[in-house]
Design a protein around this ligand. Sequence first.
Ligand code: HEC
Ligand code: HEC
Ligand code: HEC
Ligand code: HEC
Length: 454
Amino acid sequence: MRRVLGLLFLGVAMAHAAMRFPTLGAQLALNGHGSIRACADCHGSQGQGLPHFAYPKLAGLGFRYLFGALQSFADGRRLNGIMTPIARALTMQEMRAVATYYASFRPRPPRPVPSTDRFRLARGRRYYQHGDMNDRLIACARCHGRRGHGMGARFPWVAGQTEAYVKEQLRSFRAGARRGPGLGLMRDAARPLDARQIDDIALYVSVLGVRPPLSIPVESVAVPPIVPRRSFVPPRRNAIPHSVFGGAVRRGRAIFDHTARYAQPYVGNALSCSDCHLGEGREAEAGPMWAAAGLFPRSYQGHVTTLAARIQAAFIHSENGRAPPLNGPVLTDLLAYVHWMSRGEVIGAHAPGRGYPPIAEPKHGADAARGASLYVQRCAVCHGARGEGARYHGRVVFPPVWGSLSFGRRASLARTTVMAAFLKSTMPYTDPGTLTSGAAYDLAAFLEARPRPP
Ligand code: HEC
Ligand code: HEC
Ligand code: HEC
Ligand code: HEC
């Protein structure tokens, strides 16, 4: 019976894989041996997991983590009715081999979430990305990364892990039942979670973006080269001075991040500056403020314009509101924030990482109809079928992308070329960089044709 099921699961693709990778790791993973059952029966031939059974994805976890997990099952630090006996039956050499095998696969994209789950997803995102200081919940992103790709060998990849498995692990960390090699960090991180938070976070983690699988044979897996960071690194958030100036910087940051809340008289929609200038205006290639400060004053359409005037224009068009007065508190605080963040950056130069890297328009032009169907597939889960975004407890978690609460027709983002560049560099939020240039233009054409303020 098991053989028949196994064959059903694994199919022809696996037989091919077995022939292409005749290593010990592949043998164990695909066929098992003696009393050891094929790992692929439960984890899939490429580590894709079995979503409905809380059988985790192994793809993406990396060699060190996989090897460490097998060791902790074997030595009893982590107990599980299924895995403990399997790990105990493996020799060190076999553990290494099978960990190497699974470390060579990247996870597959998750299945789309029904839009009825959008609010759960919004809550999950908030906890994952920002934590909740009232509940003493640390943002998961601090340790697992904003995209869930983990960090080093110690903080595992969680993006796209199966929902049922994440739920089970969070419960087991919270109860102190799972004690891995991870210094008890997860126990502390999971302690404040209640059942509903666990459900919401697990859903969000399960759809966090993953890239398409690497189709590289196991033997030739190489460590990817480290691309040196060329762009400016702004000062750390906790380096804001405790002074009168520092107070203005802090207020400026709050306005930048929660614009409608702290600059209410000048805002006519639901957008914050940081919805388009990502990471509080710090992120390279996502409209960073540190690259803007040194470019002003500069000539613009036959006259000279200043940073203050540029920010006023952002309020009028991007915020669909009106200009805060020069020398008033809102503009002063925002200028202080931008100036503080830009200290050490060169004046007058075009900084690498400025704006959103432009992309060429595809030869076939942009197709709004194709954009519409892409939007449903890749964007509506967060931004809503009608572009309305989502709120949680009154706070915007996913900003509206069209309609009366979005940006105006004359905003920079309303230009197709700028929108395409923005999307290519930043969206989908959990998996940026995965849209082709053609798709970015199609989406931009679709968004341009939607209703929005004048
Ligand atoms: C009968 C199903 C089954 C088989 C066969 C199986 N596993 Fe597992 N595996 C599981 C389950 C269930 C878990 C989750 C255990 C837990 O909740 O702690 C797991 C967890 C793991 C983990 C930890 C994953 C993580 O994200 O921390 C690793 C690594 C692993 N298995 C490797 C293997 C290897 C290698 C084999 C083959 C030698 C194998 N498994 C065979 C069911 C199975
Ligand atoms: C302070 C750092 C830290 C924070 C915050 C944190 N984690 Fe972890 N997480 C870890 C470490 C370290 C491990 C590895 C634990 C081990 O193997 O013992 C881990 C493991 C996990 C695993 C198991 C992965 C697997 O493949 O079995 C999941 C799932 C997970 N974390 C999800 C989360 C979620 C969701 C949050 C937010 C609620 C979170 N973590 C917050 C450090 C952290
Ligand atoms: C709807 C999206 C959106 C919102 C909201 C938004 N901006 Fe922008 N902003 C843009 C785009 C797009 C550009 C053009 C970037 C380029 O030219 O590459 C831009 C440009 C700028 C620039 C010039 C940057 C440069 O490198 O030349 C500044 C300064 C700026 N915005 C500040 C703000 C401030 C402050 C707010 C909040 C009050 C804000 N923006 C709100 C999208 C937005
Ligand atoms: C996982 C949720 C998620 C997905 C999927 C997603 N976005 Fe976003 N999007 C966000 C968030 C969150 C922001 C605000 C950025 C921030 O606050 O850091 C944003 C900002 C934006 C903005 C600028 C602000 C605004 O409201 O106009 C546009 C435009 C946008 N997204 C379009 C898209 C498009 C098109 C797609 C599909 C390719 C997409 N997004 C997919 C979460 C998402």
